[in-house]
Design a binder for this molecule. Structure first.
Ligand code: NAP
Length: 358
């Protein structure tokens, strides 16, 4: 890989794309030419970058010619239309959509968790040079679970998510803000989807099952399936046992997750806290005395995944458990984690992958 590659951000005007430009700038990513690509609607728009501006160009096959690394965040159908051909022409694609995550031979990569996966960049004959960025809830979950798994093994995980509007892009955030204003003004709030919006339930002062389709057989929505299937691929463990419930909450930005994890080998709370605090990209926020723990606001705009409420699963202890029992090694733990899904859940993870390529 050229040390100052030509790079492109496809979907540069979107919630993830704008974050990518900010992170490339903040991390002083070394590159030559940089292209900001989006739909023809945005052609000519100016985006701030490194003290100047980038002029948005329409994404076309031609616009990707000569690009060494393309960071894609323009949705699955756009990735399917442009990424395979660009990859075959030698451009490395880091794709934020779900289009290729489960495709054989396509690395599904979290740099702190499975950096070795990008060694197989050419394993897929039909999709060479394509690397997939995992789903945002999966990334945030595995940043907390992987150090625990490495130290003590993981037998089973139950996760419930509290997902922010920003996970549905710029339109999702706009819908939450507009409906909140309407509600406070005393107007009746209807589901956004009825007027060309995103969500199938009123969003202001509400929460609801994730806005992806529900499988009539399994009862899982698409987000829940992604968390389960992607975890198995990333951990290279087809039998990893997980249960997920994914919920959209009226938070502007950053996802939260409540996690119950059963270990293979018992550990004390102090040991779990220690392995978490040593893992790059994780910050323990766990102040019981002050009742201060991770929140979406604390995680917003930050790179680290915040982990707190670290405690033994009380259901596994006898009802007569004493304080001393809580210091003994336990086989299951509860955690509460928060991560900015526009950063570590999407743009930051993609830029970290690009840094690994260099
Ligand atoms: N939001 C998240 O937290 C998150 C996390 C992980 C992954 N992702 C994935 O990242 C992708 C983008 O998400 P987002 O939240 O950033 O969405 P978004 O805010 O709606 O942005 C979508 C971007 O795609 C561009 N686009 C749309 N149609 C296009 C076309 N025909 N040709 C070229 N560009 C086109 C848009 O350009 P215009 O402005 O010109 O329309 C915009 O730049 C999705 O695949 C999403 O699943 C999102």
């Amino acid at each position: 890989m050229n040390k100052t590659p030509t790079i492109a951000v496809a979907g540069a005007t979107g919630a993830v794309g704008r974050e990518m430009l900010e992170i490339l700038e903040q991390r002083k990513f070394p590159h030559g030419t940089i292209k900001a690509l989006a739909s023809p609607r945005s052609a000519g728009q100016q985006l701030p970058y490194r003290g100047g501006t980038l002029t948005v160009e329409p994404l076309t096959h031609e616009s990707l010619r000569g690009v060494d690394i393309a960071l894609f965040s323009a949705g699955s159908s756009i990735s399917k239309e442009f990424a395979p051909a660009a990859g075959k022409a030698g451009c490395v694609i880091v794709d934020n959509s779900s289009a290729f995550r489960m495709s054989d031979g396509v690395p599904l990569t979290i740099p702190e968790v499975n950096p070795e996966s990008i060694r197989n960049l050419h394993a897929s004959a039909s999709l060479p040079n394509v690397i997939a960025n995992p789903n945002c809830s999966t990334i945030i979950l595995l940043m907390a679970l992987t150090p625990i798994r490495r130290a003590f093994g993981v037998e089973r995980t139950i996760v419930s998510t509290y997902q922010a509007a920003s996970g549905a892009g710029a339109k999702g955030m706009d819908e939450l803000e507009a409906q909140t204003r309407d509600d406070l003004a005393g107007k009746v709030v209807r589901p956004g989807i009825e007027t060309g919006g995103v969500f199938h339930e009123p969003y202001a002062f509400n929460l609801f099952s994730h806005n992806t389709a529900v499988d009539p057989v399994t009862g899982l929505n698409v987000e829940e399936s992604k968390v389960i299937l992607e975890t198995r691929k990333i951990w290279n463990d087809p039998s990893a046992a997980l249960s997920a419930t994914c919920i959209r909450v009226p938070v502007r930005r950053a996802h939260a997750e409540s996690v119950n994890v059963t270990l293979k080998t018992p550990a004390t709370t102090a040991q779990v806290r220690e392995v978490l605090s040593k893992f790059p990209g994780v910050r323990v926020v766990d102040d019981r005395a002050a009742n201060l723990f991770p929140t979406p606001l604390k995680a917003s705009g930050k790179d680290d995944v915040l982990v707190g409420r670290i405690r033994p699963d009380a259901s596994r202890l006898p009802a007569s458990a004493t304080a001393a029992d809580y210091d003994q090694p336990a086989i299951a733990f509860d955690l509460f984690i928060c991560g900015d899904q526009l950063r570590k859940g999407a743009a930051l993870n993609a830029v970290q992958i690009a840094e690994m390529l260099l």
